[in-house]
Write a protein that binds this ligand. Structure first.
Ligand SMILES: NC(=O)C1=CN([C@@H]2O[C@H](COP(=O)(O)OP(=O)(O)OC[C@H]3O[C@@H](n4cnc5c(N)ncnc54)[C@H](O)[C@@H]3O)[C@@H](O)[C@H]2O)[C@H](O)CC1
Ligand SMILES: [K+]
Length: 480
């Protein structure tokens, strides 16, 4: 099962892996034609292809080329100039050039579909927003009134592939040829669903890629706070770690970042940067006495990043345990705080970011080969009931039901502090993304930032270099 949003990400990842969308379109069109052949009842059958101006229409232009021998006519709803993508337009032009029977429909009132045996509905696919507009709405009604067998491309036009719902009229299809994987909304329809393999490499789904960054949108109308308020809880024996996590959360786009830390740590951090808002607590380390106050504060934030530099004193770990038991918001848990997670019952939504050693301390197991590690991490995440981001040469991210593997990053990143950067980035992302996406994008961007630094200067990077490249890694030029 795959949502339209995830499908778009996987599609972009496939392109980055060297399988561009036009190639997928060729497979999609071919798959549609195969189903049409099966339902048409022999050559000579009359087939009407009704194509819209997006890539859904593009699939149908390809299908027409695979239907030689049938009496096929293709209708484009609109002028050729209105075809909205290059690849759909190229496939349209190819039909015209090869003298296929193609008509443009500019006045739908005069559009007569005749009495075909099969209608291919390729007006709209996953690009639909809201109710069908004209001319698509009245053409859908006309298709529904015919006796023909209706084969819809990807999704019946007007239907939302994620929900199966339509806001107005929608095509009623006998068959739907959908691509790559089942879509959540199709099972509720009265159509026979055919899932066609269109040659998207499994790696486009398994591995994070530039497509995963597509969910990072910024609404021009956004206000302060829309992109997250993050509370970093850390510091004690270490002072750099919470500062790195906080700085990274800001670089990853959080609007406000506060650092809750012991007073002496706060004094030191203040000297690092004027961008930090500090909320010091008494004493030299986090302890159970601080939990009440901290819970109040945490509830005013979207996400808490727990762990950088906290240390592992017994009273600190007790305090972490008590905090998590009483907290029901979102949190990234890193470093020493990780070890209490398996023992605590919490309503909180956690993204845990252990390296392999920390994973073992949590009770998880690891393996050398990433495929094996992927299954182990997935199983352990399922047992924990939280999302895991297990760091390594290949990072494994899983919530127990979905698992992604991240390949960005390099051996230069074994230096101290890179984990704190990852925790901060993931914390900022967790305020706008679901936990699996936040962890996957966090791992991808953190590694990419490291790759940018090493490409430029070679090894010898330090964590602050990485932090500075986080914006570029998240929003810089994308090759999708
Ligand atoms: N990997 C894949 O998923 C592949 C999918 N393919 C096919 O591509 C379509 C999605 O294509 P896209 O261009 O994004 O969108 P559509 O063709 O569905 O429609 C865009 C088109 O429609 C207009 N529009 C939007 N809403 C409405 C409305 N309510 N009424 C009228 N018109 C509307 C919008 O303005 C655009 O012009 C997917 O379904 C697959 O069929 C690839 O070919 C292969 C890879
Ligand atoms: K369609």
């Amino acid at each position: 099962m795959i949502t339209a949003r995830r499908m778009a990400a996987v599609d972009a990842n496939a392109a980055a892996l060297g399988v561009p969308r036009k190639q997928l379109m060729e497979s999609s069109g071919n798959a549609v034609a195969r189903v049409v052949r099966d339902v048409a009842g022999g050559e000579g059958a009359e087939i009407a292809i009704v194509a819209g101006r997006g890539n859904n229409g593009g699939d149908a232009f390809v299908a027409a080329r695979f239907l030689d021998g049938f009496d096929t006519r293709t209708y484009l709803l609109g002028r050729p100039e209105s075809v909205s993508t290059d690849i759909a337009r190229e496939n349209y032009d190819a039909l015209v050039e090869a003298e296929y029977d193609v008509e443009t429909v500019t006045d739908s009132r005069e559009f007569g579909l005749g009495d075909p045996d099969v209608v291919v509905d390729a007006m709209l696919g996953t690009g639909v927003t809201g109710a069908l507009r004209e001319p698509e709405a009245s053409v859908a009604e006309r298709i529904n009134a015919l006796d023909a067998t209706v084969v819809a491309v990807d999704v019946p036009s007007g239907v939302d592939a994620d929900t199966g719902e339509s806001e107005g009229v929608a095509v009623e299809a006998d068959h739907v040829v959908t691509f790559h994987d089942e879509k959540p909304g199709l099972s509720s329809l009265d159509s026979k669903v055919h899932v066609a393999d269109i040659g998207i490499p499994a790696a486009a789904e398994t591995f994070t890629g530039p497509g995963d960054l597509r969910s990072l949108t910024r609404d021009p109308q956004s206000h302060k706070g829309d992109h997250g308020e993050v509370l970093v809880v850390g510091g004690g024996p270490y002072t750099g770690a919470p500062a790195l996590a906080a700085g990274s959360a800001l670089r990853a786009g959080a609007d406000l970042v506060r650092v809750a830390c012991p007073e002496p740590v706060a004094r030191e951090i203040q000297g690092y940067s004027e961008n930090f808002i500090l909320v010091p607590f008494e004493g030299s380390r986090f302890a159970p006495d601080h939990v009440d106050d901290l819970l109040g504060r945490a509830n005013d934030h979207d996400v808490v990043v727990f762990g950088p530099g906290l240390g592992s004193a017994d009273e600190t770990l007790d305090a972490v345990e008590e905090f998590l038991a009483r907290y029901d918001g979102r949190a990234v848990v890193d470093a020493d705080a990780l070890q209490v997670v398996p023992d605590v019952e919490t309503e909180a939504t956690l993204v845990c970011t252990p390296h392999q050693g920390e994973l073992e301390k949590m009770g998880g197991t690891t393996a050398e080969a990433w495929r094996e590690r992927r299954s182990l991490v997935s199983e352990f995440a399922g047992d924990l009931g939280h999302t895991l981001l297990v760091k390594g040469a290949y990072d494994v991210v899983s919530d127990g039901s979905e698992t992604r593997v991240n390949r960005t990053g390099n051996p230069g990143m074994t230096v101290g502090g890179t984990g704190d950067v990852l925790a901060g980035v993931t914390g900022a992302l967790l305020s706008t993304q679901d936990p699996l996406d936040a962890a996957a994008i966090g791992a991808y961007a953190n590694g990419r930032a490291g790759d940018i630094v090493v490409d430029e200067r070679g090894f010898g990077l330090v964590a602050t270099d990485l932090l500075e490249r986080v914006p570029e890694a998240l929003w810089g030029e994308r090759d999708d």
